[in-house]
Design a protein around this ligand. Structure first.
Ligand SMILES: [Mn+2]
Length: 284
């Protein structure tokens, strides 16, 4: 076992703070190995929760960026160590790789210690709904050519889905940078909103075809809960731009948790004089 796994963690603030309990937690698009990753906030979040199942919904490690130039500060170890600690303490940790960590897709079906790796999973909520859990990059090609596909039909749709994975596998072998729809669209900001809408529709459509009640994904860094007919679309957001997670309560209720916002509000609250918030009366 590498030494950094057994060494004590770098920070031990709030050792006795009570943890928030959830049945399930979904996080994705952490992008460890890049300066954009909000590792401190994520460790703070993971230390604040307890859950039966933790889904890592892809792009946890950014292998494409690491290949370009190594970037791995100690706080990125803290994230990995915290997740492994949760797994060791009994949380069922399921890792569903994404496009930036697709190297792990070669290990689907295997378990690393207490962490299971799967390409996609069906999660059953406490109220009995079946949710398809996958990263979401599988649909990039479909989203890009959605308008054409309306004319070309289902076989073209299936072909595009297969091609999407193939294209990047070949690019990886040739040492070319990763091609992503998200990056492609960032250059054309005007289309970003339209793209997000279309992505949500395409994913919900795929879920409907699979006969599930809903779908949980990440990939587009945009946390959301939306209803498309009978299908509920859930996106857990990211830990680069927004610092969000999806949480399932004991009764099956699922909500987006905006951790950065929550911490911001708490900090603001502390700055207010006690009389103004009425806090004295509440705690006295
Ligand atoms: Mn992705």
């Amino acid at each position: 076992m590498p030494s950094w796994l057994v060494e004590p963690e770098t920070e031990t603030k709030h050792p006795h703070r009570p943890r928030m309990r959830y049945r399930t937690v979904w996080i994705s698009d952490i992008h460890l190995g890049t300066p954009g990753c909000n590792a401190e906030l994520l460790v703070d979040f993971l230390k604040s929760i307890e859950c039966e199942t933790l889904y890592l919904v892809g792009d946890i490690v950014d292998a494409w960026q690491l290949k370009k130039g190594w970037y791995w500060p100690p706080r990125h170890n803290d994230v990995v160590r915290r997740i492994l600690k949760m797994a060791k303490r009994g949380t069922d940790v399921v890792y569903v790789p994404g496009n930036h960590d697709e190297i792990f897709r070669d290990y689907v079906g295997l378990a690393f210690g207490d962490v299971t790796i799967a390409d996609e999973v069906i999660h059953v909520t406490a109220d009995g709904r079946r949710l398809l859990v996958l990263h979401g990059d599988q649909f990039d090609g479909v989203v890009l050519y959605a308008r054409w596909l309306a004319f070309l039909g289902d076989s073209a749709y299936t072909m595009l889905l297969k091609m999407n994975g193939g294209v990047n596998a070949v690019r990886r072998r040739l040492g070319l940078p990763y091609w992503s729809l998200a990056a492609h669209l960032k250059k054309r900001v005007k289309n970003a909103v339209q793209f997000i809408c279309r992505f949500e529709e395409v994913v919900a459509h795929a879920a409907a075809e699979r006969g599930v009640d809903g779908v949980v994904c990440g990939h587009i860094h945009s946390a959301e809960i939306r209803q498309f007919g009978d299908i509920t679309y859930y996106n857990d957001g990211d830990w680069v731009e927004s610092c969000t997670a999806l949480v399932e309560h004991a009764d099956g209720r699922i909500e987006v948790l905006d951790w950065a916002e929550k911490r911001r509000l708490e900090a603001l609250d502390k700055m207010k004089p006690a009389a103004a918030t009425g806090r004295e009366l509440v705690t006295a």
